[in-house]
Design a protein. Structure first.
Lengths: 249, 324
């Protein structure tokens, strides 16, 4: 398989705590791949390792066939890996357009081009009417869109979305799903950490499950939902059998 | 697009015509001095205002520029017109070195501020002790009034020379603010992690900023040396210039093109006025009265105009426009 992203044997320790233990995953080009798991499973840690914000204790990350394990975050962005932050990180003192332009400057060194690109990306994610507002004045839903817009403005090949739906209400989530799908249809491969299962089920082609730092399952959303290991990871030991037993009775 | 340079042209024209109304040497000396401080503050503003890296030790660069200017002439017999760019370069190199040491060590916030302060103090003590820099006696640049020697019979000429440097600083700042480098520098100030995620090499951006910043402040130091033709360690590397270089942009408007210039003129203008007024009232000079004014201005600014006088002006204009 010709994966766009290949993670092999990644282990990340913080003191005595093993946050990610020998994790491996592949992301095929043109897909939306989900990474799910209970709280504290190591999803965000694995993300920061893939994006280059932390150096893993062991393992390798390959992107588009090249080993990027030793590259710093900004170089990985130049190669085409963009990430959003779970806790949104707007440049609060700048306008929405200027925020997005910071990302657009990566491939468009001239100010006029970068601002034009920022406007186009902003409109594509539904921030059109808010482009001249200060970023600090956006709602949570607006900030999540801004996170995506800024990352998209770097024109990535792989977009890492860290819980872009967390904290949104059901109608805001409904509005956001087509935006994510549209990004994929425009040719950007997506790896997303997500807690909102309804979104994972409807968006993802493949899902990887991580629990207590270990990858425990991967497959289509439907396969994952039936996997006893996954059910146990979320609901506790023996839950799958009890659920199955309940259904039989 | 070009019109963004119009306010700079207007401000420089006004400042150029200002001394024509006066023949007083005191006024001209004051104006030249205020513009030199404004230039030093413009340098600080690039790193501190746009980049968010607060230096408490820009005296390190100001002093290097000043000593460079004086010593290149006195010890090496280099013409001041060549010595001035060399001194500027020297300041930029010192800035790049201090930046490399502190930014590579990931110092930021108060830690970075303290390290810059320490560097400036070390330089001051060394310059005070070393024979090459004239030690505690300082350096005297010999008086030889010739345009070729950057010493002019008419004080206005030197004022215009300083003004030309200030104008260049304004144009450079404006160009930087509109370029990719400026956008990335502001992004690093606002959120370094997020900037890195967008492909910004934050270390390289900060190093470029401190190099540019220290070069401009060193140019101000060089002009200071040539204006007064005398230096000692307490003047060149003294904390007074570190303080004024950071107070002026804070009072004028951090991270704005005109903030340092407006701040320096207001700060030094009020300081000078207070000294004169108190001198008249008490019948003698009151040393340090201007420092009291600086302190009061800083407190007022932090309390009522956190975005400086320019930010306050913008707020007032908006308030006036709203009822209409």
């Amino acid at each position: 398989m010709n994966a766009l992203l290949q993670v092999r044997g990644v282990t990340m320790r913080f003191g005595g705590l093993v946050a990610v233990d020998d994790a491996a995953l592949d992301v095929a080009p043109g897909t939306i791949t989900g990474l799910i798991g209970p709280n504290g499973a190591g999803k965000t840690t694995l993300f920061t390792v893939i994006a280059g914000f932390q150096t893993a204790n062991a393992g390798s990350v390959a992107f588009a066939g090249e080993d990027v394990t030793a590259l710093p975050a900004h170089t990985r962005a130049l190669r085409g890996i963009a990430r959003t932050f779970q806790i949104v990180q707007p440049f609060a003192g700048l306008s929405v357009r200027e925020n997005i332009a910071v990302g657009a400057f990566l491939r468009h060194p001239r100010r006029g081009d970068a601002l034009a690109r920022a406007t186009a990306v902003g409109e594509a994610v539904g921030l059109g009417p808010l482009l001249d507002r200060p970023a600090g004045a956006l709602t949570v839903a607006g900030r999540k869109r801004l996170e995506m817009a800024r990352a998209l403005a770097t024109e990535p090949r792989l977009l890492l979305l860290d819980e872009v739906l967390a904290g949104l209400n059901p109608s805001e989530i409904r509005d956001m799903l087509p935006v994510v799908r549209k990004i994929r249809d425009d040719g950007v491969t997506i790896l997303m950490v997500e807690h909102v299962m309804q979104a994972v089920m409807s968006l993802c082609d493949t899902v990887h499950v991580i629990a207590q730092g270990r990858m425990i399952a991967h497959g289509t959303p439907a396969e994952i939902a039936r996997d006893p290991k996954v059910v146990e990871a979320y609901l506790g030991h023996g839950a799958a059998r009890r659920l199955a037993g309940g259904a039989d009775a | 697009m070009r019109s963004s340079y119009l306010p700079i042209a207007v401000a420089v024209a006004v400042l150029a015509l200002l001394p024509l109304g006066t023949s007083s040497n005191t006024t001209l000396n004051f104006l030249s001095f205020a513009l030199i401080v404004a230039l030093a503050a413009q340098g600080w503003n690039i790193l501190g205002g746009y980049g968010g890296q607060f230096s408490f030790g820009h005296a390190a660069f100001f002093g290097t520029g000043a000593y460079g200017m004086a010593l290149l002439q006195v010890r090496f017999g280099i013409n001041p017109w060549l010595a001035l760019p060399l001194a500027t370069l020297l300041g930029a190199v010192v800035g790049a070195a201090i930046g490399a040491l502190s930014f590579r060590a990931r110092l930021r916030g108060s830690y970075f501020a303290l390290v810059t302060l320490a560097f400036a103090e070390v330089f001051r003590i060394l310059a005070n002790a070393w024979g090459f820099t004239g030690g505690a006696a300082g350096v005297l640049v010999p008086l030889r009034i010739e345009a070729a020697n950057m010493q002019f019979a008419d004080r206005v000429t030197f004022y215009w020379l300083v003004l030309a440097c200030v104008a260049a600083g304004l144009v450079l700042t404006q160009a930087m603010a509109r370029a990719r480098f400026g956008a990335w520098l502001v992004a690093v100030r606002e959120n370094e992690e997020a900037a890195r995620a967008l492909g910004v090499d934050s270390l390289a951006v900060k190093l470029r900023a401190i190099t540019l910043s220290s070069g401009i402040t060193a140019l101000a130091g060089g002009l200071y040396a040539q204006k007064f033709l005398y230096l000692d360690a307490g003047i060149a590397y003294g904390s007074w210039i570190s303080v004024e270089a950071l107070l002026a942009p804070i009072i004028g408007g951090l991270g704005t093109v005109f903030g340092p210039l407006v701040g320096a003129l207001v700060l030094l203008g009020l300081g000078e006025a207070t000294k004169i007024a108190l001198g008249h009232a008490l019948g003698g000079a009151v040393p340090g009265a201007d420092l009291v004014v600086f302190g009061v201005l800083l407190i007022l600014c932090v309390a009522f105009a956190p975005r400086g006088l320019l930010g306050l002006g913008a707020d007032v204009r908006r308030l006036l426009r709203r009822p209409a």
